[in-house]
Design a protein around this ligand. Structure first.
Ligand SMILES: Cc1cc2nc3c(=O)[nH]c(=O)nc-3n(C[C@H](O)[C@H](O)[C@H](O)COP(=O)(O)O)c2cc1C
Ligand SMILES: Nc1ncnc2c1ncn2[C@@H]1O[C@H](COP(=O)(O)OP(=O)(O)OP(=O)(O)O)[C@@H](O)[C@H]1O
Length: 377
C-alpha cells in the first residue's frame, strides 16, 4: 500500500501528486479513528468495487481530525490548532500509523493523508469532488449515510448524489453497520446525543468509561495503547509482580483507571535491526514469544500514596510469566481484552500482593479463552 501526504496551500487548494490520477480509482473519505467494524466494512466495499473494474482502491484520510480543527477554531478566534495539540490530540483513539497499518491489511492500494485546515474546509463540496474526479481519476465514491462535506457541511448524501447524477462519478452509499444507534452524554454530562453504536464517538466514550470489553466488540480486536517503558519505583519486582511502566507520552486513548486483562507485546528497542514493519508484524503475531498475557493497571498506585500526595496516572503492565524480562527503553503495545476491577487502596503490601496474584490468574484464564489473535482480516 502506498501512502502519500498532501497539504493544502493558504487558499485551501491541494496540489495532488500526478501519479495519483494514473489509473481510475474507487475512493472513500474519512478520519477512520479506531478502524472499527463500520470502517472495515466500508473499506472492504471500496476494495471489492475496485476489483470489479481493475480500479485502484483508495482512501483519503483527514489528519488532524476535522473535529479537532473546528472545535479549536470555534474557541480560539478561528485560528488553526498548534502543532503540539495536533500531535497529542486528546480525543484520538489510535495513532495515524496504526490506522495505516490496519488499512494495508485490508488491501487498499493507496492512502492519501490530507492535512485538514480551515482554508481546505472552506472549499465547496462541489469543488472538492470535482478535484477528485480530475486529479485522482475517481470513478466511484463510497460513503456512509451520514457524510457531510465541504463549506458549511452542505455536501450531504442527497447533494453528493445529485452531483453524481450529472455523470461526474458513481456514488455508492454503504448501509449503517452495527446494532443501530445509542445515546451519549454531551460534554456537560447532561444533554444526550444519538450516534451510531459502531462509531468513533461511541468508542471514545466506552474507552474513557473503561468498558474495553464493549470496545473490543465494536473494533473486532482489542483497543491498544503503545509507548516506551520507563523506570517505576522498582517496587513491583520486590512484590513479586514486576511491571513495565509506560512513559506519559504514550499513544492511543487511555482507558479509565482500573485493572484489565490483556497482552503486552514487546516491540523491541527503537535501535533494534528488527524494528521494521515486517519485524513488528512478527512480534505481534499469535504465539510469538514477544506477545505475553499481561495484567494491566491504570491509576496512581493509591496503596503507596501518602495522605494528600498527588501522583500522575500511570499505565503499567505485569507480564504474567515465571521469569523477569528486561523491557526498559523498549517500545511496547498494551492490548486490552477485559476489565477486571477498579483501583483500590489496600491496607499494605500483603493484601495488595494477594489481589495481584488473583488478577494474574484471571488474566491467564481470559487470555487463554480468547485464544486467537485479532486482526481486521
Ligand atoms: C494488575 C495490577 C493491579 C494493580 N492494582 C492496584 C490497586 O488496586 N491498588 C494500588 O494501589 N496499586 C495497584 N497496582 C499498582 C501496584 O501498586 C504497583 O504495580 C507497585 O506498587 C509497583 O510499582 P512500581 O512499578 O512503581 O515499582 C496494580 C498493579 C498491577 C500490575
Ligand atoms: N457503523 C458504520 N456503518 C457504516 N459506515 C460507517 C460506520 N461508521 C463509520 N462509517 C463511515 O466511515 C466513513 C469514515 O467515518 P468517520 O471517520 O467519519 O468515523 P465515524 O466512525 O463515523 O466517527 P464519528 O463518531 O466521529 O462520526 C464515513 O463515510 C462514515 O459514514
Amino acid at each position: 500500500m502506498k501512502v502519500s501526504q498532501v497539504s493544502p496551500d493558504e487558499s485551501g487548494i491541494v496540489r495532488w501528486p500526478g501519479t495519483l490520477g494514473a489509473r481510475s480509482s474507487v475512493v472513500t473519505i474519512g478520519v477512520f479513528d479506531g478502524m472499527h467494524r463500520g470502517h472495515q466494512a466500508l473499506l472492504r466495499r471500496v476494495v471489492e468495487l475496485a476489483a470489479k473494474n481493475q480500479d485502484r482502491p483508495m482512501a483519503l484520510l483527514f489528519d488532524p481530525s476535522p473535529k479537532l480543527v473546528h472545535s479549536y477554531a470555534d474557541s480560539h478566534d478561528m485560528t488553526e490548532p498548534p502543532l503540539d495539540l495536533i500531535r497529542h490530540d486528546p480525543d484520538q483513539i489510535m495513532p495515524l500509523e496504526e490506522r495505516l497499518r490496519l488499512m494495508s491489511q485490508l488491501r487498499l492500494d493507496q492512502v492519501v493523508v490530507v492535512r485538514y485546515t480551515l482554508a481546505f474546509a472552506a472549499k465547496s463540496y462541489r469543488f472538492f469532488l470535482k478535484q477528485l474526479t480530475e486529479q485522482l481519476a475517481m470513478r466511484t465514491l463510497v460513503l456512509g449515510r451520514d457524510a457531510q462535506m465541504g463549506a458549511g457541511r452542505v455536501g450531504d448524501i442527497k447533494a453528493i448524489g445529485d452531483l453524481a447524477d450529472t455523470g461526474l462519478f458513481n456514488l455508492e452509499v454503504v448501509d449503517d453497520q452495527g446494532p443501530g444507534d445509542c445515546t451519549l452524554p454531551d460534554a456537560d454530562g447532561l444533554e444526550r446525543r444519538r450516534v451510531r453504536a459502531w462509531s468513533s464517538s461511541h468508542l471514545r466514550q466506552l474507552i474513557l468509561d473503561g468498558d474495553v470489553d464493549a470496545a473490543l466488540d465494536i473494533l473486532g480486536r482489542p483497543h491498544m495503547v503503545q509507548g516506551t517503558v520507563v523506570h517505576g519505583e522498582q517496587r513491583g519486582r520486590r512484590l513479586g509482580f514486576p511491571t513495565a511502566n509506560l512513559a506519559p507520552d504514550s499513544q492511543g486513548m487511555m482507558p479509565a483507571d482500573g485493572v484489565y486483562a490483556g497482552w503486552l507485546v514487546d516491540l523491541g528497542l527503537p535501535t533494534d535491526p528488527m524494528a521494521t514493519p515486517e519485524g513488528r508484524e512478527g512480534r505481534l503475531a499469535q504465539g510469538s514469544p514477544w506477545r505475553m498475557p499481561a495484567a494491566i493497571s491504570i491509576g496512581t498506585k493509591e496503596t503507596f500514596l501518602a495522605p494528600g500526595q498527588q501522583m500522575p496516572r500511570i499505565l503499567e503492565a505485569n507480564a504474567v510469566r515465571p521469569d523477569w524480562v528486561d523491557l526498559y527503553g523498549h517500545r511496547v503495545r498494551v492490548e486490552f481484552l477485559s476489565r477486571l476491577r477498579g483501583q483500590k487502596r489496600y491496607a499494605g503490601e500483603e493484601p495488595l500482593k494477594r489481589q495481584l496474584a488473583l488478577d494474574a490468574d484471571r488474566t491467564l484464564e481470559l487470555t487463554k479463552a480468547a485464544g486467537r489473535v485479532f486482526s481486521v482480516n
